[in-house]
Design a binder for this molecule. Structure first.
Ligand code: SF4
Ligand code: SF4
Ligand code: SF4
Length: 299
């Protein structure tokens, strides 16, 4: 879908969101599963260690049967760092490089953060997303109706809709290698990282590790663990030598992000908007967007 039409879809959908959420009055709290943090797994990304080799991008693609070139081509091609990239239809994680006033540039791996209170889960009206006990957030192709609420709701702009697949588009995002970790394997990106910039483990222990590194080397680390508190906490945690705003991390509060999307859902149910009416509305939006796209292509 051309960018213009994609923007149109978002604009229309956001207008819908605002209209419907306007129906809901007062604060409505999330009903996300509460699991003791002891159960949570996570990954600590130490950007001061990452060398930008992009082996993680390669391994992630291999693990998810996505098209990939040779591993060497990932190491050799530094031109990708000329512009900032985002996870996309065929790449669930990307590494971006930032110039710094230190000796080396700073490389930052980007993927789904696996939020403790995920906006994607809360916004999905057919419960196609699942927040698992270990913290992973996965998506079920069989339930998705393609409404793309999750795409709009995510505070990190992670889920990507497969516009290129007309008949059976998927929502693409990092699944924390759920198939691998449930068999006792490491996430593919963690396993391949040659410098141990990525550490997989219990989130409570990773937080202790991160705090220990900051305490031991206060000159090396910026005193903040990104993901400890942002949007209620995330399974992926980051350390950096500089303020995270210099690395394009969104500045987010500690409140979970689902509030807006939940208002939409609760507004719908509070005022008894039946699901079939909602699906018709969403179908209408998609049809209008597609129609506009076709007419633009004809022109
Ligand atoms: S980063 Fe976005 S897609 Fe990932 S769990 Fe959080 S809200 Fe969902
Ligand atoms: S955890 Fe798995 S899906 Fe997520 S970025 Fe790493 S390799 Fe990709
Ligand atoms: S594999 Fe490790 S060192 Fe290489 S880019 Fe990914 S996180 Fe950085």
């Amino acid at each position: 879908m051309p960018n213009q039409n994609r923007r149109d879809f978002f604009k229309t959908s956001l207008a819908l969101g605002v209209t419907v959420s306007g129906l809901a009055s007062g604060k409505l709290k999330a009903e996300t599963p509460k699991v003791h943090p002891e159960d949570r797994m996570g990954v600590l990304v130490d950007t001061t260690v990452c060398i930008g080799c992009r082996s993680c991008e390669y391994a992630c693609k291999v693990a998810h049967n996505l098209p990939t070139g040779s591993l060497e081509s990932y190491h050799d091609d530094r031109s990708v760092f000329n512009k900032e990239r985002r996870p996309g239809e065929e790449v669930l994680t990307v590494v971006n490089e930032y110039k710094s006033n230190q000796e080396f540039p700073i490389d930052v791996k980007v993927q789904c953060m696996h939020c403790e209170e995920p906006a994607c889960v809360a916004s999905c009206i057919v419960h196609a997303f699942t927040k698992h006990k270990d913290g992973s957030v996965t998506w079920d192709t069989g339930k998705c109706i393609g409404c793309r609420y999750c795409v709009i709701a995510c505070p990190f702009q992670v889920p990507v809709f497969q516009y290129s697949k007309a008949l059976q588009p998927n929502i693409m995002k990092c699944d924390f290698c759920y198939d691998r970790t449930s068999k006792g394997l490491l996430p593919a990106c963690v396993e391949i990282c040659p410098v141990e910039a990525l550490t997989y483990g219990k989130k409570v222990e990773l937080l202790q590790v991160a705090k220990g590194r900051i305490k031991q080397k206060p000159d090396k680390y910026f005193d903040h663990i990104y993901g400890e508190y942002e949007v209620g906490g995330t399974s992926w945690l980051y350390l950096s030598s500089t303020n995270f705003s210099n690395l394009d991390f969104p500045k987010l509060g500690e409140d979970p992000a689902p509030a807006t999307s939940e208002s939409i859902q609760h507004g719908l149910f509070r005022y008894f908007v039946p699901p079939v009416a909602l699906y018709t509305l969403l179908g209408g939006i998609m049809w209008l967007t597609k129609r506009k796209e076709n007419s633009e292509e004809e022109e």
